[in-house]
Structure formats: structure tokens, C-alpha cells
Design a protein around this ligand. Structure first.
Ligand SMILES: Cc1cc2nc3c(=O)[nH]c(=O)nc-3n(C[C@H](O)[C@H](O)[C@H](O)COP(=O)(O)OP(=O)(O)OC[C@H]3O[C@@H](n4cnc5c(N)ncnc54)[C@H](O)[C@@H]3O)c2cc1C
Length: 557
């Protein structure tokens, strides 16, 4: 009986397992999943759960909840996600699928942001004036360069090899002062240093969102955090089918068959370390077996602190990329992991998760930003370290008590000092991050009874604030050239596929769950002999004249 060995239990491999069973006719017991830790990039759990996971230390305050990321999905362009989750039963609503769960919730709680950008001068930038974030604020040069990027055909993508967004707009740095840039940068976590090649893909794939980027109306949210709303039901489905999950297993090396021309890629073994016991060993892989590797994980090597403790930077090279790198030492067509995992300045950022024992702070945020939880992404345009917050629909965790609230924020530039706490963000405790946020809330609060008068009351309600440093958070946007990412099934590969954000596929955009799931479909269909023409169709809004007309109008808004 053929077997499949899955390296990493992120959404990519969970999806690959489902495709093998659903579309390939495999049985669950043919599949084994090896995970270094359970939460991956689609996370969310009690802090005590994270303490047990690889790379994390015990905290002095381990109360409350943590989600490293705040999540946005998209109904129109996450075609593979909706398709795969339609086959996964809901854990919350028996009889319906996870896709039903999410879309029903989202349709009942549609996003309509009314405080997307804020600053000291305007408060919320929505007063109808020149700064109002309804305006994109482009000048003609910005428009020209953005259009030129967007309309560049895919066949010419190589022209953007190793070009940063900053370089592309070298003749018009004005664009980095526009509402468009602040919204785009913080909605998707692009930096000026990020890849112009990827921005080109986003401008095409996300063209529908361009005209409503100010309200985030295209954002689809899950009822709870990503782990509980998406990953747990996928794991349960696979477990019920007999798939074996082995935790705390770091795969450290591939063994490859030595063939005469040394260009056939055939995995014959996987070396591993049990990260709990330190024991090492080897899994024998038959030539007819399949290996699916998540060759890059953006939450690898992250580190967390707590209310009174700053993070301690974890300098470990991402284990996911270390394995990928070992493969590149054997074959020359498997890409360049260092481009993504050896430049933390390009990729790093920090998030923080706040848990409080009452609703006071979240109500204050609602009052200041004029919207209910679950609606917004708020960015302080003039914050030195580019601060944004997302207040989720409450509760965000099943285990959250009725009186508790949980919300999330992030700083795009962790080496820069705060505006209210005079030290780099990376050195701040959770409490100092919250003080930084309170300072910014106070500066945009126009009420006589300013939030700053209530700092003590707020601090008294805080159960925990967990800062998390993610050295590779935006690594998938690092500058890249054609060939830096391996193909999902590399040329001459007989049994190895890369299913991740760091495998090459045409057209689709990274930093999306959609991308990982599509890579899984591509790999499974290849090995199962299912023609690519039967893959889930994706939309091409960039070819829809109505969408293009709207986008053109937005350019002049
Ligand atoms: C902060 C943040 C915000 C995000 N926001 C969004 C969003 O708004 N919308 C959206 O669509 N997506 C978002 N994403 C991205 C999305 O969640 C991920 O890109 C996607 O889930 C990646 O899934 P994956 O399965 O490829 O990898 P991961 O979820 O990273 O899982 C990979 C797992 O495999 C393990 N692994 C890899 N190699 C090995 C090995 N050799 N041995 C053992 N284990 C290994 C890793 O440690 C990891 O646990 C966000 C991600 C983050 C971190």
C-alpha cells in the first residue's frame, strides 16, 4: 500500500490529505502527518497551550489567549478554500460544512470599516477633507507606475526580478505618503522593501478589492480564531478518516536516491528529531510513496513574552526552511531559501494579543472608532512603528468567559521606538505595548472624557498582553526572482512536492490560505494523474471590464 508522508501540519498539508482522500480515493491510514507544533500560521489558543510548543519558554504570566495573526479571507478569490472546507463538517453546527459556518457568519456580520485610517490631526480620517481616506491621493506619476505594474503581462514577470516596491516607484516616492499605500501596506503587510513582483500579482488578483479597500467590505471573517474555525475541523475530519498525526517531530533531512544523472528527485528516507525527547531517527520512504513538504512557515522561530516580559529574539533559522535548504544542496532547481529566510529586516514584524476581564477597553475602542467589534482594521498613519489593531467579534475563542474580551494588534516596524514608550517595540513588554496603544487612542479621542483619564481602570482589567515577534512574518513578500521558489512538483520529481507559500504557482498570490490549499491540490492532482484542467477554477477579475472600470475610477478618487 502506498503511503504519503506530510511534513508540517499547516493548512497546506491538511488540505493535501483531504484532496488525497476526497479526489484521489485514498484511505486515511495511508497518510501520516508530522508536525513540529500544532498551531502553524493559522493559530489561536490559550497561552498555556503555546507554552508547551516547540521553541516557546514558560511565561511568568500564562493567562489569557493568543492568536499571532488577525485573519481576513475573501469570498471572491479564495476558491480552493471554500471548495475544500465544503467537504469538512462543522464542529459547531452539526449537519453543515465549515464553508457554511464561515459564510453564514460573515453574511450575518458583514465588514464595513468606518475608521480605517486615523491620525493626530484628523482623528479618524473621514471628515470629507483632502485627507479623507476615501481618497486614494494618487498623483499622475503614481497612477502611471501603478497601472504599468498592474498591466505587465505574466510572461514579463522576470522584469521584476529582485525589484522592491520602493525601486519600482523610485520616480514617484509620493505614493508612499498616500492613503492608498497606508491601507494597502497594512491590510496585506507589504513593506516598501517587499517584492514588486508580488505587488503586481496582488493588483491583479485583488483588483476587486481595490475600489473598496477603504471599507474592507470584501473581507470575510471566521466566527472564531483560525485554529478553532478552520484547522480543528480539518484535523478532526482527517483523524476520523484514520490519518495518523505525530506531534513534536522535526524533519531534519531528506535522503535521496542516488541516480546516474543525479537529477531525478526520489525521496527514500526522512531523518527526524523528536523535539520533546531529543531522540533522532529515520523514516524509510518507498519510491512509490509520496512526500509533501511545507517548505517555509512564517511563524517559525517566533518568540513570545507576556504582560511584564519582553520577547527574547529566537535566532533559530526557520526549521521549515532549513529542510528546504538541505534539499537545495542536492538539486539545483529547488530555489533559494535564504532569499526569504535570511533577511529579517525585510520580513519581521510583531503582534500582540490583549485579554481583559471585562468589556470596558473594547467598548472604549468602539466608542472612539465608531464601530462594533468584528468590523475593523484601524491603522495609526503617523505612528512611528506603524500600529494597527483588529477587534474581533467577541468571543474570539470558545473558552473565553462571557466577561472576557480578546483583541489583536500589530506593529510593522519592531526596531523603531514607540511614540509613547521610548524604546524599540521589540524591547517592550506587553504592558508597554498596551500603553503605546492607549497613547494613540487618546490622541484620536475627541471626547471631553478622554480615554487617557481611565488608564488605571483599563490596566486593572488586563489579564494579559502577549507580545509575539515573528522574524519571518512577511518573508513570503521578500524580494525574489524567477527560480527562487521551487515548483510545487519540481521537474524530475518522482515523489516529492512542495506545498506552501514558498512554492511557485502562476497567477495566485501568497500570504493567503488560498495559495497553500491550491498548491496542495496541484501536487495531489499531479501524483494522482488528475488533469490540471480539473483543478478548482479561479476568477480572473482583472479581465472583467466592469471591475476594471471601477478600478480606473478609484485611481482618480
Ligand atoms: C500574522 C499572520 C497573519 C496572516 N493573515 C492572513 C490573512 O489575513 N489572510 C490569509 O489568507 N492568510 C493570512 N496569513 C497567512 C496564512 O495563515 C498562512 O500563510 C498559511 O496558513 C500558511 O499555511 P501553511 O500550511 O503553508 O504553513 P503553516 O501554517 O506555516 O504550517 C506549517 C507548519 O509546518 C511545520 N513544519 C514545516 N517544516 C517542518 C519540518 N521540517 N518539520 C516539522 N514541522 C515542520 C511548521 O513548523 C508549521 O507548524 C497570516 C499569517 C500570519 C502569520
Amino acid at each position: 500500500m502506498e503511503k504519503a508522508y506530510m511534513i508540517g501540519t499547516g493548512i497546506a498539508n491538511l488540505a493535501a490529505g483531504i484532496y488525497l482522500i476526497r479526489d484521489g480515493g485514498w484511505t486515511g491510514d495511508q497518510i501520516t502527518m508530522y508536525g513540529l507544533e500544532k498551531h502553524g500560521a493559522n493559530d489561536g489558543a490559550a497561552v498555556t497551550d503555546y507554552e508547551q510548543e516547540y521553541g516557546n519558554q514558560r511565561l511568568s504570566n500564562n493567562q489569557g489567549f493568543l492568536a499571532k495573526g488577525g485573519r481576513m479571507l475573501n469570498e471572491e478569490t479564495y476558491e480552493n478554500l471554500w471548495d475544500i472546507l465544503r467537504s469538512v463538517p462543522s464542529l459547531d453546527n452539526p449537519g453543515q460544512s465549515v464553508t457554511d459556518d464561515i459564510l453564514n457568519f460573515d453574511h450575518a456580520h458583514p465588514t464595513h470599516d468606518v475608521a480605517r485610517l486615523m491620525d493626530k490631526k484628523n482623528g479618524i480620517r473621514n471628515n470629507g477633507g483632502a485627507d479623507d481616506y476615501y481618497h486614494m491621493q494618487f498623483n499622475n506619476k503614481d497612477r502611471f507606475l501603478l497601472s504599468k505594474l498592474m498591466t505587465m503581462p505574466e510572461s514579463k514577470e522576470a522584469k521584476l526580478n529582485d525589484i522592491s516596491i520602493e525601486e519600482w516607484f523610485a520616480d514617484s516616492p509620493h505614493i508612499f505618503t498616500t492613503n492608498f499605500w497606508y491601507m494597502w501596506e497594512t491590510t496585506f503587510a507589504f513593506k516598501k522593501e517587499s517584492s514588486a513582483m508580488e505587488l503586481r500579482r496582488y493588483m491583479n488578483r485583488m483588483i476587486l478589492e481595490f475600489s473598496r479597500i477603504n471599507t474592507l467590505e470584501g473581507v470575510t471573517r471566521t466566527p472564531y480564531n483560525q485554529f478553532e474555525s478552520i484547522i480543528l475541523p480539518m484535523r478532526k475530519y482527517l483523524e476520523d478518516q484514520g490519518v495518523i498525526f505525530i506531534n513534536n517531530r522535526k524533519i531534519t533531512a531528506f535522503n535521496f536516491k542516488d541516480t546516474p544523472l543525479r537529477d531525478d528527485i526520489i525521496v527514500t528516507g526522512l531523518e527526524y528529531e523528536d523535539v520533546e525527547s531529543g531522540e533522532t531517527g529515520k523514516i524509510m520512504v518507498d519510491e512509490n510513496d509520496l512526500v509533501f513538504d511545507i517548505n517555509g512557515a512564517i511563524t517559525d522561530s517566533s518568540s513570545m513574552g507576556d504582560l511584564n516580559t519582553p520577547v527574547k529574539e529566537n535566532m533559530e533559522y526557520a526549521p521549515s526552511a532549513a529542510l528546504w535548504k538541505q534539499a537545495t544542496e542536492h538539486f539545483y532547481n529547488l530555489g533559494n531559501p535564504d532569499k526569504f529566510f535570511n533577511d529579517r529586516a525585510q520580513s519581521e514584524w510583531m503582534s500582540f494579543t490583549v485579554t481583559t476581564s471585562n468589556h470596558y477597553l473594547v467598548n472604549e475602542i468602539s466608542r472612539i472608532t465608531q464601530q462594533e467589534p468584528g468590523n475593523a482594521l484601524n491603522t495609526w498613519v503617523d505612528s512611528n512603528n506603524l500600529l494597527s489593531i483588529v477587534v474581533h467579534h467577541q468571543p474570539h475563542f470558545h473558552a473565553q468567559k462571557e466577561n472576557e474580551t480578546v483583541f489583536w494588534g500589530y506593529f510593522m516596524f519592531p526596531r523603531k521606538n514607540g511614540d509613547y514608550v521610548d524604546k524599540p517595540v521589540i524591547e517592550m513588554t506587553g504592558k508597554e505595548m498596551l500603553q503605546e496603544l492607549l497613547g494613540h487612542l487618546a490622541e484620536v479621542d475627541r471626547a471631553a472624557d478622554n480615554i487617557s483619564e481611565h488608564e488605571q481602570e483599563i490596566m486593572d482589567s488586563v489579564i494579559n498582553v502577549i507580545p509575539v515577534y515573528m522574524p519571518y512574518a512577511s518573508a513570503l513578500f521578500n524580494q525574489r526572482a524567477i527560480g527562487d521558489r521551487p515548483d510545487v512538483v519540481p521537474k524530475n520529481s518522482k515523489n516529492l512536492a512542495f506545498v506552501s507559500q514558498f512554492a511557485e504557482m502562476p497567477f495566485d498570490m501568497v500570504f493567503t490560505e488560498q495559495y497553500s490549499i491550491r498548491a496542495a491540490q496541484k501536487a495531489v492532482y499531479h501524483f494522482m494523474g488528475i488533469p490540471e484542467s480539473q483543478m478548482t477554477p479561479v476568477h480572473h477579475y482583472e479581465k472583467d471590464p466592469k471591475v476594471l472600470l471601477k478600478a480606473t475610477k478609484t485611481m482618480f478618487r
